[in-house]
Design a protein around this ligand. Structure first.
Ligand SMILES: C[S@@+](CC[C@H](N)C(=O)[O-])C[C@H]1O[C@@H](n2cnc3c(N)ncnc32)[C@H](O)[C@@H]1O
Length: 162
């Protein structure tokens, strides 16, 4: 695409700068929200990733609640992040949020994750049942994640020596 084509493509796109913790939009007005590496900044000073500081938890919850609110009832949130699923899942699956949680992994040695959250579909999709009942992740899925290379983050030197 030439620069000329690119600029004509951008015509009509409105660019705003805003605080993701306090989105200046009405509820239910977007089909899709996409963020890349922006939620990650909230974790920079989180302390132990397995037990983030309350201030971090509050900010991440505020951001996700805001994104969830501005999405239409069947809207989609896409989050592209280096944050691993076992750290992100507890936030994305906050019972106050109705979206389902799926992700794909990219990268070879240093992975990043493409999370897709579909508002209003927090259910077992295969049942086809229209329910917003919160269904916690299965133990087997968590084990599957923890058995991957990311589990090494939890291993201390003492664990390795014992
Ligand atoms: C790691 S950069 C990612 C930038 C870009 N999305 C990318 O992928 O290259 C994080 C961005 O989040 C922005 N940011 C930090 N706090 C923010 C907030 N409260 N509201 C909106 N943006 C914020 C920073 O200014 C920075 O541009």
């Amino acid at each position: 695409m030439t620069n000329f084509d690119l600029y004509s493509f951008l015509q009509g796109i409105k660019v705003l700068e805003a605080d993701m913790l306090n989105l200046p939009f009405d509820d239910g007005c977007f089909d899709i929200v996409i963020e890349k590496g922006t939620m990650d900044v909230l974790f920079v000073d989180s302390g132990d990733p397995w037990n983030p500081r309350p201030a971090t938890v509050d900010m991440v919850k505020a951001m996700l609640k805001g994104v969830h609110g501005v999405l239409k009832s069947d809207g989609t949130f896409i989050s592209i992040s280096f944050g691993q699923p076992h750290f992100r899942r507890p936030f994305f699956e906050d019972p106050e949020l109705t979206w389902s949680f799926e992700y794909q992994t990219f990268g070879e040695e240093f992975h990043y994750f493409f999370y897709t959250l579909q508002k209003g579909t927090r259910m077992l999709r295969s049942t086809g049942c229209e329910s917003e009942k919160f269904i916690p992740p299965s133990i087997s899925l968590l084990h599957e994640e923890l058995e991957g290379e990311d589990y090494l983050f939890r291993a201390s030197v003492e664990d390795l020596n014992s």
